[in-house]
Design a protein around this ligand. Structure first.
Ligand SMILES: Nc1ncnc2c1ncn2[C@@H]1O[C@H](COP(=O)(O)OP(=O)(O)OP(=O)(O)O)[C@@H](O)[C@H]1O
Ligand SMILES: [Mg+2]
Length: 234
């Protein structure tokens, strides 16, 4: 589904990604881990077209998409959920979802998509008329996910969905990620929480010094003291 090869990204004079290669098979959940500032968000931004790589290739479903603009990536089914659950705080839950219908113009289809999303997130239906800004952290995370789903993605890029949430709320997010895969989605999940990555992902990559420094089955990470200590500072 996604094939990233030899990705290199600079911000001005600073090299952030040196040589990053990985693949995300269709219907897989792949975790990307790494310490603060290791370049996790930069990888997602380079895949979604928000940042232009200096070198390397990004292929989506077998087609070269390197350097494609964000809206073109959305058309290809690549949708990013930004770090920090950015919802439109002054808009209602329902209006946030309508804004997410980026590729869908047909009002009836939009209403159908929203109805389906409320099945997946009953908590959001209960709060459909509330201002997004008054939702709890967990509800805002759900809304950010739900808004991304309105664009009918095939590949979902998630940027630290669990951060700042209570353990019980994190459990519901984990369940949602599993539900999304069961519905056929492919997921690239950036996390700092190794427990979350181990619980949902098939495979994990750890980013350090601009390269993938470790790759392995996600469930092995929890017990891998070397990786936790040397790459993630745990
Ligand atoms: N727009 C930008 N201009 C200049 N430098 C940037 C920019 N965005 C990020 N950086 C720098 O690039 C490096 C990687 O940032 P990035 O946000 O990709 O890391 P991250 O792994 O997502 O970090 P975090 O865990 O804090 O979210 C950091 O040193 C950051 O300060
Ligand atoms: Mg980040």
């Amino acid at each position: 589904m996604l094939d990233v090869q030899h990705l290199e990204v600079w911000y001005g004079p600073t090299e952030v990604l040196r040589d990053v290669s990985f693949t995300v098979p269709a219907n897989a959940i792949i975790a990307l881990l790494g310490g603060n500032g290791s370049g996790k968000t930069t990888v997602l931004n380079a895949v979604s077209g928000l940042v232009a790589p200096r070198a390397g290739t990004v292929r989506v479903a077998g087609e070269d998409a390197t350097g494609a603009a964000p809206h073109s990536m959305v058309m290809r089914g690549v949708v990013q959920i930004p770090q920090g659950r950015e919802v439109f705080a002054d808009m209602t839950v329902q209006d946030n979802l309508e804004v997410g219908a980026a590729v869908q113009q047909n009002k009836r289809a939009i209403r159908q998509d929203i109805a389906e999303i409320y099945e997946l997130f009953p908590a959001l239906r209960a709060r459909r008329s509330a201002r997004a800004g008054v939702l709890s952290g967990g509800e805002q995370t759900q809304l950010a996910m739900a808004r991304a789903l309105m664009a009918r993605p095939r590949l979902l890029l998630m940027d630290e969905p669990s951060v700042g949430l209570a353990p019980l709320v994190v459990e519901t997010i984990i369940q949602t990620v599993r539900d999304l895969r069961a519905r056929g989605l492919t997921i690239l999940l950036v996390e700092q929480n190794v427990g979350v990555a181990a619980a949902v992902a098939d495979h994990a990559h750890v980013l350090r010094d601009g390269v993938i420094a470790y790759s392995g089955p996600a469930c092995d990470l929890i017990d891998n003291r070397d990786v936790l200590a040397s790459y993630l500072g745990r």
